[in-house]
Design a protein around this ligand. Structure first.
Ligand code: SF4
Length: 402
């Protein structure tokens, strides 16, 4: 039976938790994580959240004290809280959902490695994280002890990469690779660094957001050591809301930048959390201030219990369309859909290009800034005119330069 605490009890419990946590120490943050039904001590729960905590069909429930401190104890609509606390929608498995919509397991030649694109692989280094995000698309693996990657599993994955010279780029993800011990991370980076055809390593980590203190001097030194002429190391993180952009996260990002790691953001479009234009614009402005470049905005996957997070596809297109012209291009994410069935990612965007009018050899565009129609000419001698969608005489009459 979940406890039902009053706001003053919740605030007292939070104060006690925060004071017993050695705040800047990542180990202390992890040791003091709030798990499962204990969440009831730190939030005045709604009925929906009570059902969610008790009946979730997804990954474990857990948050660091740091990330908890960003959440609102009494407002169930707080965006950070929505990413920490399950709601009743998480207890429903809908017919169209699948635990592995991208068919990563089918595309896995060895345990813990997915080879979907010809020159890139995804390596699942581990399956633990600092916070278990309710929208996580790898709920089938993340937080499960059965999915634990042993050293021998990683060795088999490295053998596979070694034996496939076409692999140039390895995404190390999970779970969160930065939840591994420093020594294990060093070993992984060293192995990748020593494979001559692997040129790029991308660390997928949410720790800069959920446990920024994990970006220690020691881990930065390790990353710097293997970020060299043989291997370029990038970091892709996942900020989803402006409230996540704190002084602590900024310091963590700066540390990564100082060791030559370029940091990009892969946000997830989440209903009721960031699915409005101004929130997304503010988030990306704050990210740029932290020198984080926008990379992707993901349309959430059709995973079990995801109905509470999914938005119409049009929302992502509209949001990115709104951002164009209001922030520099490096602050605008590409809206992507990772195609169910293992089709890989595709980008979906607003239609700024309206087509080609063969009679005048003009292209017709819609401007994001002026909102007017603009024109340019196809080069003389072009053999690409059949490539473009054609504009009819009727449409041309409507749009032609006056
Ligand atoms: S940190 Fe990433 S892998 Fe871990 S729960 Fe969150 S989204 Fe999933």
């Amino acid at each position: 039976m979940l406890v039902q605490n009053s706001l003053s009890e919740v605030l007292r419990a939070r104060e006690e938790l925060f004071s017993r946590t050695n705040w800047n120490d990542p180990t202390s943050q992890l040791q003091n994580r709030v798990k499962g039904e204990d969440l009831a001590r730190y939030f005045v729960l709604s009925d929906s959240e009570r059902v969610g905590i008790q009946n979730t069909i997804r990954l474990l429930v857990s948050t660091t004290p740091y990330y908890l401190s960003l959440s609102d104890p009494s407002d169930p609509n707080c965006p950070i809280r929505r990413m920490i606390v399950p709601t009743k929608e998480e207890a429903i498995f809908s017919l169209e959902e699948s635990a592995d919509p991208l068919e990563e397991e089918r595309l896995s030649p060895v345990r813990g490695l997915t080879h979907m694109y010809p020159n890139r692989v995804l390596l699942f280094s581990n399956h633990s994280c600092s916070v278990y995000c309710r929208h996580c698309m790898r709920g089938r693996k993340v937080s499960s002890n059965e999915e634990r990657m042993e050293k021998s599993d990683l060795e088999s994955a490295f053998d596979y990469i070694r034996n496939h010279p076409e692999i140039e780029d390895v995404v190390v993800s999970g779970g969160d690779p930065l939840n591994l011990a420093d020594l294990r991370i060093e070993w992984i980076l060293k192995e990748l660094n020593q494979i001559p055809h692997v040129k790029i390593c991308r660390l997928g980590t949410r720790n800069p957001v959920t446990l920024p203190f994990r970006i220690t001097d020691a881990i930065c030194q390790i990353i710097e050591k293997y970020n060299d002429d043989n291997l370029s190391i990038f970091c892709n993180t996942q900020f989803n809301h402006p409230k996540e952009c704190t002084k602590e996260t900024k310091e963590a990002i700066l540390k990564l930048l100082k060791v030559g790691v370029s940091v990009g953001n892969q946000a997830v479009l989440l209903k009721g959390i960031n699915d409005d234009e101004e929130t997304m614009l503010t988030l990306h402005k704050k990210l740029l201030e932290m020198r984080v470049r926008a990379y992707y905005l993901y349309d959430p996957e059709l995973i079990p219990g995801s109905r509470g997070f999914r938005t119409p596809l049009a929302r992502g297109i509209e949001i990115v369309e709104y951002m164009r012209g209001k922030i520099g291009g490096m602050g605008i994410p590409q809206f992507v859909n990772d195609l169910p069935g293992g089709g890989g990612k595709i980008t979906i965007g607003a239609n700024w290009y309206l087509g080609f009018y063969p009679k005048t050899r003009q292209h017709v565009f819609r401007s994001a800034v002026t909102k007017k129609i603009h024109f340019s000419f196809e080069p003389i001698g072009s053999n690409k005119e059949s490539y473009y969608p054609k504009i009819s005489d009727e449409e041309w009459e409507k749009w032609k330069p006056r």
